[in-house]
Design a protein around this ligand. Structure first.
Ligand code: NDP
Length: 249
């Protein structure tokens, strides 16, 4: 059995966490995992009904709110609704890129959710954390922020995730002395609604992954839990690939 002193380093009891895009997929699994680690939880998502159902499935005391992370006012409204600034913010909400040519509207939409969304949440909630003198932010980037993955050359998605990685490093430096750590997880391919939409590519992505399969949502959530806990107290500004080795060859 794990020694209690070691368990304590991973324990999130007494901490509050906010997960954006937490109604399904990777975000929902992150919510479940942080709850299992003892955190109190708030989910924010575009669709309030889905978020409420998801929250009820995670636990009776889990809150759900509507938020469009692409809209700065919606993020400010969310921050005002949840009350005290959370201890942990997971910027997970995201949308896939387009497989067709990227139009002006496609570019603006993907960047507005995936990149502006992380900026909006950091600028409102991260700033409040820094003023308080404590906080922990985990952004969900992607392997596509570091490489152009086969069959996924969408410029908007890839640029948005590269931007998330640099926002992570920039805020980590900015707030390092204010008690706020900022890290990112860069998942490889994981079976969710997002990847099911590109079903034809799944076997190719599995073949291109050294481990030989797609990731599971809990494998991403475990990394987030580590970064959100005191077990990673000397880690900030890192982008942790959780990709079955996709980016090593
Ligand atoms: P899903 O599509 O399964 O879930 C994303 C959630 O975010 C949905 O509930 C969606 O709501 C919500 N969302 C979308 N836009 C907004 C918005 N503007 N404001 C608030 N919530 C929003 O995606 P995944 O779980 O697969 O992805 C989660 C994160 O992981 C994303 O950032 C993604 O880029 C990243 N990622 C995923 C990978 C994968 O293989 N699945 C690989 C690498 C990174 P709705 O459905 O109503 O639009």
């Amino acid at each position: 059995m794990m020694h209690p002193d070691l368990m304590k380093r991973f324990d999130l009891t007494g901490r509050s966490a906010l997960v954006t895009g937490g109604a399904q997929g990777i975000g929902l699994e992150i919510a479940r995992t942080l709850r299992m680690a003892g955190a109190s939880l708030t989910l924010a998502d575009l669709d309030l009904d889905t978020a409420r159902k998801a929250a009820a499935g995670v636990g009776p005391d889990v809150d759900a709110f509507h938020c469009d992370v692409a809209d700065p006012q919606s993020v400010r409204d969310l921050a005002a609704s949840i009350g005290p600034c959370p201890d942990i913010l997971v910027n997970n909400a995201g949308v896939p890129g387009k497989t067709r040519d990227t139009s002006d509207d496609d570019w603006r939409f993907v960047i507005s959710v995936n990149l502006d969304g992380v900026f909006n949440c950091c600028s409102t909630i991260g700033t409040a954390m820094a003023e308080r003198g404590s906080g922990n932010i985990v952004n969900i980037g992607s392997i596509c922020g570091s490489i152009v993955a086969k069959l996924q050359s969408d410029p908007a998605y890839n640029a948005s995730k590269a931007g998330v990685h640099m926002l992570t490093k920039s805020y980590a430096c900015k707030w390092a002395k204010s008690g706020v750590r900022v890290n990112a997880v860069a998942p490889g391919y994981v079976a969710t609604k997002m990847t099911n939409d590109s079903n034809d590519n799944i076997s190719t992505w599995a073949e291109l992954t050294p481990i030989g399969r797609l990731g599971r949502t809990e494998e991403i959530a475990n990394a987030v839990q580590f970064l959100a806990s005191d077990a990673s107290s000397y880690v900030t500004g890192t982008v942790l690939p959780v990709d079955g080795g996709y980016t090593i060859w």
